[in-house]
Design a protein around this ligand. Structure first.
Ligand SMILES: Nc1ncnc2c1ncn2[C@@H]1O[C@H](COP(=O)(O)OP(=O)(O)OP(=O)(O)O)[C@@H](O)[C@H]1O
Ligand SMILES: [Mg+2]
Length: 168
């Protein structure tokens, strides 16, 4: 499932909808994509959807930030981890059940992550403000929710201008 966004605000709006309508305590969302593709922007939107206090900022210098909201948000950036094993040392596992956990650069730690997760893969689009956002639901709980996820994606596509380019 793919969404194309044309501004940082559209990426935030997608995250907001996921946070409001789909995500719940215990979920893990892996955000992957090159530097500056919008992983943190999407996380900011999720924060809005979860009604967290205060703006979501990049966790780069802290590795983990937590926000209290309707559901707690745990925002992790594993970019600077030296070893994948360190993900276990962050202490996020104790919080996993009560939080929505977003992991930037999580693809490097995929073996340390639950099989049941939503993967969000961001890539640059045609113009400077265009991003292609691929949503990949994995595991049982996401299989059950993939219909609702598809509805969210389709509502974002309802504007013709926002159709993802056909893959050949
Ligand atoms: N469609 C778009 N979606 C998201 N961000 C966009 C878009 N268009 C432009 N931008 C800009 O791209 C940048 C995305 O930054 P952001 O910090 O969210 O990226 P990131 O993937 O978290 O990077 P990093 O790997 O450094 O953590 C912002 O400056 C934002 O304004
Ligand atoms: Mg970031």
């Amino acid at each position: 499932m793919k969404v194309v966004t044309r501004s940082v605000e559209e990426t935030r709006a997608l995250g907001e909808e996921l946070g409001r309508d789909l995500l719940r305590a215990g979920d893990v969302v892996v955000l992957s994509g090159e530097l500056g593709t919008g992983k943190t922007a999407l996380a900011q939107g999720v924060g809005r959807g979860l009604e967290v206090e205060g703006p979501v900022v990049s966790p780069t210098f802290t590795l983990v930030r937590e926000y209290e909201g309707r559901v707690r948000l745990c925002h992790v950036d594993v970019y600077r981890l030296e070893r994948v094993q360190e993900i276990h040392e962050l202490g996020i596992e104790e919080q996993l059940e009560d939080s929505v956990t977003l992991i930037e650069w999580g693809e490097v730690a995929v073996n340390a992550l639950p099989a049941d997760r939503l993967e969000v893969r961001l890539t640059a689009g045609g113009g400077p403000d265009e991003r292609i956002i691929e949503l990949v639901p994995l595991g049982e709980s996401w299989r059950r929710r993939s219909g609702r996820l598809a509805e969210i994606v389709e509502s974002r596509l309802s504007d013709e201008d926002h159709q993802a380019p056909e893959t050949t």
